[in-house]
Design a protein around this ligand. Structure first.
Ligand SMILES: Nc1ncnc2c1ncn2[C@@H]1O[C@H](COP(=O)(O)OP(=O)(O)OP(=O)(O)O)[C@@H](O)[C@H]1O
Ligand SMILES: [Mg+2]
Length: 148
């Protein structure tokens, strides 16, 4: 009674999916996040922001994958990986792609030609970071915090 619903659920949950690195991975990832956050009974505003973060991070990951493959003359579509992790009071959105190049916020002058994505992530999240993975590629993650 009066307690937030998520307080009754396990504090640690995670789900992961691998998606083909095509433009359609973005709306698909959004829907997956909508489904998972609903299943976890997370508040709607947190879930909606998670969809936004997912949208930006997967868009970047798809672009980075396509760029990486094209630069190597590879015809393959490749894949990206999305993982959602809920550890009260934080929701982590993690996106892996094969391109070892780490994302960097664009400076103000370059913003007219894009560069909004990570700005949105920064606005919605407590923090975000990127790092290389042992088995190749890199992971970009962003942490949203539940307002208590
Ligand atoms: N997954 C990634 N791999 C490699 N580089 C990345 C990745 N994500 C972002 N970057 C780099 O960081 C820059 C800034 O990303 P950001 O999402 O803010 O802007 P954008 O993707 O260029 O434009 P927008 O998101 O507004 O369409 C990108 O232009 C790209 O160079
Ligand atoms: Mg972007």
């Amino acid at each position: 009674m009066g307690m937030p619903r998520q307080a009754f659920f396990p504090v640690k949950q995670a789900e992961a999916v691998t998606l083909a690195a095509t433009a359609n991975a973005v709306p698909f990832a959004r829907r997956i996040v909508a489904d998972i956050t609903r299943q976890w009974h997370l508040p709607r505003d947190l879930a909606e922001d998670a969809e936004l973060v997912t949208s930006e991070l997967t868009t970047n990951a798809v672009k980075a994958t396509q760029f990486f493959n094209a630069a190597r003359g590879l015809e393959e579509v490749g894949r990206i990986r999305l993982r959602l992790r809920w550890t009260t009071p934080s929701l982590f959105t993690e996106v892996w792609d094969i391109n070892p190049l780490l994302p960097a916020r664009k400076s103000a002058g370059e913003q007219d030609t894009g560069g909004r994505g990570l700005g949105i992530v920064e606005f919605v999240c407590a923090r975000w970071a990127a790092g290389h993975c042992e088995d190749g590629g890199k992971l970009v993650w962003a942490e949203q915090r539940l307002q208590s």
